[in-house]
Design a protein around this ligand. Structure first.
Ligand SMILES: [Zn+2]
Length: 214
């Protein structure tokens, strides 16, 4: 009986010994396959990561430059800015360039248009008053503001007859809206607004200043 048990142990032990290289081989093949797949996956991952970083860095730099130019304040104080003085302002573009921030100058003097949903006040629903950002002239009350879903602040009427001036655009197709005091370009007016006027004064938010009602 003892002999039989001893023989069984020896056989089992030999089988185990015999099996070790086979198992080792299977494991090593599986492991190297796993390793190759992992390395391949990692290589692909690194490739995509490099592409992502290569795209992300310029995008972030552009974003920073835009943010910087938007927040860049002029060095010279604006002598014309007033909420109460109605005296017409006559200043050269060179002077405006010194006293306006680049984003205001771009719209007010170069008749630029901000990208929708990126400017100020398109989503502002607070009660208050909107002023010309170039000269401080009162332009619109929040009572006339409506949701135009255009990404630009829109009003159905100006504050009063002295707020704005309308001129035909250079292309002759649209009606341009200017600040009546300083002549800053503010936006355009269209005939698809709500009642009671049916007008949509579509403004560039960056050329407006807003003061909430106290
Ligand atoms: Zn103005």
């Amino acid at each position: 009986m003892i002999v039989v048990i001893a023989i069984e142990h020896i056989v089992n032990w030999k089988m185990k010994l015999h099996c070790i290289p086979i198992h080792a081989l299977i494991y090593s093949v599986s492991f190297s396959k796993y390793l190759r797949l992992t390395i391949k996956a990692k290589t692909n991952c690194m490739k995509y990561l490099k592409i992502f970083v290569a795209l992300l860095i310029p995008a972030l730099l552009i974003q920073m430059l835009i943010a910087q130019s938007g927040s860049q304040q002029p060095k010279v104080k604006n002598p014309y800015y007033s909420h109460t003085d109605n005296t017409p302002v006559k200043a050269s573009d060179a002077e405006w360039k010194k006293i306006l921030s680049p984003d205001v100058y771009y719209i007010a003097r170069e008749k630029g248009t901000e990208v929708p949903y990126t400017g100020k006040y398109w989503d502002n629903h607070k009660p208050g008053m909107y002023y010309c950002a170039a000269c401080g002239h009162p332009l619109y009350s929040s009572d006339a503001k409506f949701e135009s879903h255009t990404g630009w602040p829109s009003f159905f009427q100006p504050l009063d007859a002295n707020s704005i001036k309308l001129v035909t655009d250079a292309d002759g197709d649209r009606t341009e809206v200017l600040c009546k005091r300083c002549g800053a370009h503010l936006g355009h007016v269209f005939d698809d607004g709500p009642q009671p006027t049916g007008k949509r004064y579509c403004m560039d938010g960056n050329v407006l200043d807003f003061e909430a009602k106290k």
